[in-house]
Write a new protein. Structure first.
Length: 85
C-alpha cells in the first residue's frame, strides 16, 4: 500500500483521502485531470492499492495499455473512491 503526496501545495485539511485498487492483471496509469494547475499521475501494478489525497471534486481517469496504445478504461468520480474515516 502506498500513500502518495501531490505536487501542488494544498493543505491536507482541504483534501480528502482516496483509495484505488488495480484489480486487473496488467499495469494501469491513473491520473486526475479535472483540477487546474494540479498534477497527479501514478503507475499502479496489478493488485496494488494506492491511498492518496486530492481535492473533493477530483475525478480519477484509469488507463491501461493494449499493444503499446494507451486506452481509457474508466473515469471514476472521487466520491466513489473516498475513504470514510
Amino acid at each position: 500500500m502506498t500513500l502518495s503526496a501531490n505536487s501542488r501545495p494544498i493543505t491536507t485539511s482541504s483534501q480528502l483521502l482516496y483509495s484505488y485498487i488495480n484489480t486487473i492483471s496488467s499495469l494501469q496509469v491513473i491520473q486526475i485531470v479535472n483540477i487546474p494547475d494540479w498534477h497527479f499521475e501514478r503507475v499502479i501494478f496489478p493488485g496494488q492499492r494506492l491511498l492518496f489525497y486530492a481535492p473533493p471534486n477530483a475525478d480519477l481517469e484509469v488507463q491501461t495499455s493494449y499493444f503499446g496504445q494507451a486506452i481509457l478504461v474508466k473515469k471514476i468520480p472521487g466520491v466513489q473512491l473516498e475513504v470514510k474515516q
